[in-house]
Design a binder for this molecule. Sequence first.
Ligand code: BTN
Length: 323
Amino acid sequence: MKTRDLILKFLKRNIDNWVSGEYISKELNVSRAAISKHISSLKKMGYIIESLPRKGYSLKESDLLLPDEIYDGLQTKTLGKKVVFFDETDSTNIKARDLAEEGAEEGTIVIAESQTMGRGRKGRSWYTGKGSGIFLSLILRPPLAPTEVAITTLMTAIAMVEAVKSVTKVEPKIKWPNDLLLGGKKICGILTEVSTEMDSVNYIIVGIGININTEAVSFPKEIKNIATSLHIETGEKFKRKLITQSFLKSFEKLYNILKNRNFNHIMKEWKKHSDMIGKRVEIEIFERKIKGVVEDIEDDGVLRVCSDDGSIERIISGDIHFV
Ligand code: BTN
C-alpha cells in the first residue's frame, strides 16, 4: 500500500477524531513534511481533513466515489473491480465507449462527479448535479445476439431498484423501458449503447444516472416538474457509495442470470417492480402516437399494447406517458 493510502487508513480508523502527525510519522517511518504533502493530496482528491498544530489531523465523514472507496467493501467478483474516475468529464458513456474500443475488460466502470455533456435517450441531455448523484457507465461484453440487447436495460433498472430499496428502504417503480420513478417523478435514467457485428455484440455500454442527494432548487427549470431525487422524496441524505456498491452487486447477480439466458426470470422480476401493466398510456414513436392499454412486457423486453383501435402493437422503443 502507498504511504498516502496508509495515512488515509489511519485517519479512517479514527474518523472524526484526531491522529497526531507524530504518531503517523513513527508508525510509517515518514517525515512530518511528507505527511503534510500527502494530506494535501488527499484534500485535493476531495477528502475533508482538518489539521491543528498540537492535535494533528482529523478526517471528516465524506461520500466520495473514488475507485478505492468503491473497492472498499465491494461484494462482486468482476463488476466494478476496475473503476475509472473523473471529477469532470464530457460523458461517462463516451469515456466508457473509448475504453471498450481500446479493449477494456468486461465489468470496467467509469464514474464521474460531473459531466459537461451528460447524454440522455433520443439525443437529449442529462442533468448531472455535481456530487449529488451517481453517474456511471458499465462496459459489458455479453454473449447475446443484437436483438437480445434490450433486456440489459430492463435488468439494469431492476438492479437499481434493488439497490435503492436495500440502502434507503424506499422502492422506486420502473417505467418502461428505462426510467425509475418516485412519487410519479423521475429519479433515474438509463442509456444503453451497443456496438454490434452482424450477429454478435462487441460490447454494450450501460449508462446510468440517479439523483440521490439533489436539492429541488438545483434542477434546471425545464425538468423541475418531472425530475426528483431520493433526498427530495424522503428528506434524508444517503451515501452514494453504498448505493453504488449495492447496485453493482445486484447487477452482477442479474447479469449472470441473463448470461444463462434465463430471460423469463428477469422479466418476472421486472414486472414485480413495475406497475405499468393494465395502465392507459400514450406512446410517442417518432411522429406517431398510439393510445391504449399496456397488456404485457414480452420476454425480449418488447412492450405489448392493446391500442384504442383494437390492434395489438409491439413497441421496441418510444416515450410513454400515463394518461
Ligand atoms: C435517459 O433517461 O434519458 C437516460 C439518462 C442516462 C444518464 C446517464 S448519466 C451516466 C451516463 N453518461 C451519460 O452521458 N449518460 C448516462
